[in-house]
Design a protein around this ligand. Structure first.
Ligand code: TK8
Length: 339
């Protein structure tokens, strides 16, 4: 018998559930299938994390909640899937925060370049009160956020030259995330930014519509951008979070026990995903080198010059997004650095 997507309306809540199958939560859970789609591949840490999430939800619900997984933008790109969550036609997606800035502009502060020096600083901000404040803005958009996973530090690839200084950015056509902050930041560096959805990148690089793109190393390898890009520059210019989203229309149909299962699973699988991501980024650097990419570092001095070049963008958007929230982000980072 196939699993039913039970509507929460009316008497459905009276459905009998077997008692004591897998702890308190499971007894209350009804059979439901949950469609979960992501933009990256199954073997990418994001895909591994989603599979872990499905496993945990299955266990905790005694098999009553069944997560169907879709990878590699099979259900559409970040924005399309997020819209499907709003409409209630898809239950879960895990987009980058950047393309959500059209809905929750405050996510734009995570697009500020050079804010975090390492993952621990990002974790402190995202898992702390500021991260929660931004998640609290999602229900008004028809979305529920269950925490942050890691996309990670982004590095630049292109087909023209190594990028080690601000001057090297000049005139490069770079695909950027669909975020005003990112767009302005790359313009400030002298590049020619061109925003487009993730799944269009490979073709745009191959056809030379753009010269380059930027993404974490694990993604560059998983999506084989090395096949159409010669240069990899370790710019580490920005850290992108993933946010774990559930359709509010769906969420509101769930019992508190079911909601608890999803929340706990998202957090637990998120820890696993962050670990895998950090391991994979290290491996991918070696792999990309051995696959023939020419890798260059950026000196701290040149990094400081890049940071100075984008400072006006950070200042402008700090005002636009809310100076208090932005201050809170920097204060949190300072706290971690003082430890
Ligand atoms: C995948 C995207 C991707 C992001 C991008 O859906 O678009 O460049 O880095 O990871 O979220």
């Amino acid at each position: 018998p196939s699993l039913l997507l039970v509507s929460a309306c009316g008497g459905a809540a009276k459905t009998d559930a077997p008692q004591g199958s897998a702890g308190g939560g499971a007894a209350a859970a009804k059979a439901r299938t949950i469609k979960a789609g992501i933009g990256l591949n199954e073997d990418h840490p994001q895909g591994q994390g989603l599979k872990k999430f499905a496993e945990i939800v299955g266990e905790k619900s005694g098999g009553k909640l069944k997560v169907q997984t879709f990878f590699a933008a099979q259900l559409g790109d970040d924005l399309k899937m997020t819209d499907a969550l709003k409409a209630g036609t898809q239950e879960i997606t895990i987009p980058s925060t950047s393309p959500l800035t059209g809905m929750v502009k405050e996510f734009g502060m995570f697009d500020f370049p050079f804010v975090f020096d390492n993952e621990q600083e990002a974790d402190a901000v995202l898992d702390g009160p500021l991260g929660q404040k931004l998640i609290d803005k999602l229900p008004a958009q028809g979305l529920i956020g269950l925490g942050y996973w890691e996309n990670g530090f982004r590095n630049l690839t292109n087909s023209k030259r190594p990028v080690a200084t601000v001057d090297d950015f000049k005139g490069l056509k770079i695909r950027t995330l669909q975020s005003k902050v990112q767009l302005d930041a790359f313009s400030a560096l002298g590049a020619n930014p061109s925003p487009m959805p993730f799944s269009e990148i490979f073709t745009a690089l191959e056809s030379k519509t753009v010269d380059g793109q930027e993404n974490p190393l694990a993604t560059i390898e998983s999506n084989k951008f090395n096949e159409v890009q010669q240069y990899l520059s370790m710019t580490n210019h920005v850290y992108t979070p993933f946010v774990f989203l559930v359709s509010k229309k769906f969420w509101d149909q769930l019992t508190p026990d079911e909601q608890k299962i999803l929340k706990e699973a998202a957090v637990e699988a998120g820890k696993f995903q962050r670990e895998k991501n950090r391991e994979q980024n290290k491996k991918s650097l070696e792999n990309l080198k051995s696959k023939g990419m020419e890798v260059n570092e950026v000196t701290p001095e040149d990094r400081a010059k890049m940071e100075a070049a984008v400072k006006p963008v950070v200042d402008k958007f700090s005002k636009e997004l809310g100076e208090d929230l932005v201050k809170e982000m920097f204060a949190e980072v300072d706290k971690v650095r003082a430890k």
